[in-house]
Design a protein around this ligand. Sequence first.
Ligand code: NAD
Length: 270
Amino acid sequence: MDDRLTSVVIVGARGRMGQSLMSEVLVSDSMTLAGAVARPGAPGLRDDVGHMIGRRSVGITLSDELVPGRNDVVVDFSLPEATEGYLARCVERRVPLVLGTTGLTEQTQVKLIEASREIPIVAAANFSVGVTVMIHVAGATAKALGNDWDAEMFEIHHRNKRDAPSGTALRVGQAVAEATGRKLSQTIKTSRDQVGPRSRDEIGIMALRGGDVVGEHTLMFLGESERIELTHRANDRAIFSRGALRAARWVDGKEPGLYDMFDVLDLHSV
Ligand code: NAD
């Protein structure tokens, strides 16, 4: 049994993900909270973070500066504008990073690759273990079925979601496209307002929006007289926190490099 205690610093601590991450760390037997960082000027700076999430005092106060210790792992779910500064700080302090912030600019992505030559980094647009496995299974299924089966997907999210289709749907589509020797950009179809038969080469992704749905993705492979459906339903954003914290434990002590959730779950080799 792995009885290491992983010490984590949460960046973006006042955000929805930051609070979910802290809640998970505080009830974990295998992790300890070493710090919590919010944006400069955020309300509640120097307050006890236990109180901030409605728990007992934990003796850690909210800070606006990232100063990780030598044995800490930084977990950043903040905003893309902040990422470069935190990357530089992690490199300077030689600590591993788990990066969940999405919407990184191309320039920040270059910095991410540069930083991963110095420190181990796990970056993923979706840290859910279930979604990662679904992407893997989607690719393997598409490869086995070949181009004779049509691939169609629908996704549902809450009414406030800004992008459509979801990044996750595109990632699932990419796995299907790659497994069948196609390029997603050439095959994706996000609406059908023309009457006429479906071309063989399409991968359809339809987006539904409404209510408070956290996230649901269904991928269908439609063949002659048979159909396979893969569905993932997210009920709580804690699925991302748990996956990110699993990544934090995994990356602790790894060699420098840019890793993703497929590395964490050892799915590249399957
Ligand atoms: P949120 O808006 O609730 O929280 C973001 C927090 O970051 C806010 O409290 C904001 O004040 C804080 N922040 C801004 N600048 C900062 C700085 N310089 N230093 C520290 N904190 C700073 O958003 P959220 O829903 O918690 O999501 C946060 C990020 O994580 C987004 O980029 C989101 O897309 C991403 N996300 C990723 C995954 C995944 O699995 N990879 C899952 C959910 C959300």
